[in-house]
Ligand binder design. Structure first.
Ligand SMILES: [Zn+2]
Length: 517
C-alpha cells in the first residue's frame, strides 16, 4: 500500500512526547546495549549479510560504540567517521530497539532525505519490530486505523520514535527528543530552508534533556567541509588497535601496510594481499583478522577533548570489515588509480577519510607513495589537449578534467569539488581561478584547459549563462546534459576538425566554438 492510500493519521508530536515523558519515567537500565543486542536482536535475511542472531563478536569494534550510547555510559556525544561494510546501520537499528525495549523516551533518527527516512523505516525498522517478539508488543500495530504508528513516527509504551529527513525543516523543528541518531551526516544539506545546519537544528531538540544522547555517523567527504570530520575532531579521536599475532604490538590498521606481490610481468596479484605489522613486519593474513578484532581495543588519540567522558569520537576504515577482504580492497585500489572519481570514493568509503582537494591528490603521504599510473593534474605524454566538464549541483560545483590524445584516447586527470552556494558569485570566482590554472604536461611543458562545458541542468541556469557569456573567448560554453549519450542538444557543431566524445555524453571539437547558446 502506498503512503497516499494509508488512512491519514494525525500524529500530534508534542502530545505524544508529553505522554511519553509522563508515562515512561522508568529508571535507566544498567544493561549495556551490546549485551542486550546479543540476547535479543535478530537479523532478517532480507537485509543482513548474516541473518539470525546478532553477535557483537562478529564486529567487536561496535561493542564500545553501542555501549557508549547506552544510558549507563555518561557519554553525551558519539561520532563515528567510518568506511563502508562495517555493520554500522545495524548497530543504529540496535540502538532504536534497545531504546524502545529498555529505556523508552522520545527519540529521533535522521536520514539525509525524507525518502531515505521512509525507506529506512519501512525496511530495516519495520522488519526488526516484526521479527522481534520483545518489540512487537510495544509498538502499535501499523494496520490499526487509529494507530500512532506511521512510517515517520512510531509511538511505543513510554516513548515515541520520529524518523526524519535532513532535508525537511518541518521534521526537525517539531519536538524535543532525548535520543538523537543522525546517519550519513555528510549528505545533509548545509543550510536548510534558511534556518541553518540541519545538524544544529536537530541538536537543539535535545537541549531540554539533562541526560541526552547524540550520535552522528557518516562516511566522510571533502576535507574542511565534511561535517563528520568536524565532529570527529571535536571529540577524543579513538582508533581501533589490534595486536600483531607475532609480536603482540597493539596498532591501528592502516592502508600503507597492506602489501601484495606482482608477477614476473609486473602484473599486480591482489590475491597475495597481506598486512605487514608496523612493528616487526611480520605477515598478518586475512584469516588472522577476526581473532585480532576480538582482542582489539579503542584508543583515544586526543583524550583531552573528552572532558568528563562526554564527547567520544571514533574513526574506523573498511580494513577492519569482516565482509570486505584485503584482497578486494587491493582490487578497488588498483581500479581507482586510473580515475579520480574512484580514488575519491576509495579514500572516503574504504578508508573512511576525507578527500584532500588542496593536495590535489591524496591526503596521506603513504597513499602518494603508492600512487602509480599517473599523478593527478598531470597530462600524460600522449595527451594533446585538456577539457573541463562542470556539473552544477545545489550545494556545489563538480569539475572533472579530461586529457585527450589521438584516436579518441582519454584520461581523467583531476576531479575537484567547490562547495558553496551556486547562486553566489564567490563560488564562480573560485571556479574561474581553477580553470585558468596551468597544468603540468609529462613532457615538462605547461598546458592550459582548451575548453570547458558547464551543465545548465541544475537550478542555476541563469548563473551558468552569465558565467559563460563573458568567457566565450576561452571556449567556456553552457551545455544541456542529454539523457542520450553523445547527442548534441543545443545545435549542430560548426567547423569541426576533430570531434572528441567527452565523458557524460558531451561532444567537443578541437577548434571549439561548437555550440551557440
Ligand atoms: Zn608484529
Amino acid at each position: 500500500m502506498s503512503d497516499k492510500q494509508t488512512p491519514k493519521v494525525n500524529v500530534d508530536g508534542g502530545q505524544l512526547v508529553f505522554k511519553a515523558i509522563t508515562a515512561g519515567l522508568k529508571p535507566d537500565p544498567c544493561e549495556p546495549m551490546s549485551e542486550w543486542a546479543d540476547e535479543h536482536r535478530l537479523l532478517n535475511q532480507t537485509y543482513a549479510a548474516e541473518p539470525g542472531k546478532w553477535r557483537t563478536n562478529r564486529t567487536p569494534y561496535l561493542r564500545e560504540i553501542m555501549d557508549a550510547f547506552s544510558p549507563s555510559s555518561r557519554c553525551e556525544f558519539v561520532t563515528i567517521m567510518k568506511g563502508a561494510q562495517l555493520g554500522f546501520t545495524e548497530a543504529l537499528t540496535n540502538m532504536l530497539g534497545y531504546i524502545i525495549h529498555r529505556t523508552p523516551a522520545p527519540v529521533m533518527m535522521i536520514q539525509p532525505t525524507q525518502n531515505l527516512a521512509k525507506r529506512y523505516s519501512k525496511q530495516r525498522l519495520a522488519t526488526m519490530i516484526k521479527d522481534m517478539p520483545v518489540l512487537k508488543g510495544l509498538v502499535a500495530d501499523p494496520r490499526a486505523r487509529d494507530s500512532n504508528n506511521t512510517t515517520l513516527s512510531k509511538a511505543f509504551d513510554g516513548g515515541v520514535l520520529f524518523i526524519a529527513g535532513a532535508n525537511s525543516a518541518a521534521d526537525l523543528r517539531s519536538v524535543p527528543v532525548r535520543f538523537l541518531l543522525m546517519d550519513e551526516i555528510d549528505s545533509y544539506p548545509y543550510d536548510l530552508e534558511g534556518e541553518g545546519s540541519p545538524i544544529e537544528l536537530a541538536i537543539n531538540r535535545t537541549k531540554t534533556f539533562a541526560r541526552r544522547k547524540v550520535l552522528m555517523g557518516s562516511t566522510p567527504t571533502v576535507k574542511d567541509v565534511s561535517a563528520v570530520e568536524r565532529e570527529f575532531l571535536k571529540g577524543d579521536q579513538r582508533k581501533y588497535h589490534v595486536a600483531c599475532p607475532h609480536c603482540d604490538t597493539m596498532q591501528e590498521l592502516v592502508w600503507s601496510n597492506i602489501k601484495w606481490d606482482k608477477d614476473e610481468n609486473k602484473v599486480h596479484r591482489p590475491e597475495t594481499a597481506f598486512y605487514a605489522c608496523s612493528h616487526c613486519a611480520g605477515v598478518i593474513n586475512e584469516s588472522d583478522k577476526l581473532a585480532m578484532l576480538q582482542q582489539g581495543a579503542w584508543v583515544a588519540t586526543k583524550p583531552d577533548n573528552n572532558y568528563r567522558d562526554t564527547r567520544r569520537s571514533y574513526h574506523i576504515s573498511s580494513l577492519y570489515s569482516p565482509w570486505e577482504s584485503w584482497e578486494n580492497l587491493v582490487i578497488k585500489w588498483l581500479d581507482a588509480q586510473r580515475d579520480p572519481h574512484l580514488l575519491k570514493t576509495f579514500i572516503n568509503t574504504t578508508l573512511g577519510q576525507v578527500w584532500d582537494d588542496e593536495a590535489n591528490s591524496v591526503s596521506q603521504e603513504d597513499l602518494q607513495k603508492k600512487a602509480e599510473a599517473y599523478p593527478l593534474r598531470t597530462v600524460p605524454l600522449g595527451g594533446l589537449l585538456v577539457t573541463a566538464g562542470v556539473d552544477t549541483q545545489d550545494n556545489r560545483l563538480e569539475v572533472v578534467l579530461w586529457a585527450y590524445g589521438k584516436d579518441g584516447q582519454q584520461w581523467a586527470i583531476d576531479y575537484h569539488v567547490f562547495f558553496g552556494d551556486p547562486s553566489s558569485p564567490k563560488l564562480w570566482d573560485e571556479l574561474d581561478e581553477y580553470l585558468q590554472k596551468e597544468l603540468q604536461h609529462e613532457s615538462g611543458e605547461g598546458i592550459k584547459i582548451s575548453a570547458t562545458a558547464i551543465d545548465t541542468g541544475g537550478h542555476h541556469t541563469q548563473r551558468v549563462y552569465d558565467f559563460c557569456r563573458t568567457r566565450r573567448y576561452r571556449h567556456i560554453i553552457a551545455i544541456k546534459g542529454s539523457s542520450t549519450r553523445n547527442k548534441p542538444v543545443i545545435s549542430k557543431p560548426s567547423s569541426v576538425d576533430v570531434t572528441f566524445i567527452m565523458a557524460g555524453g558531451y561532444r567537443y571539437s578541437q577548434r571549439g566554438y561548437l555550440w551557440q547558446v
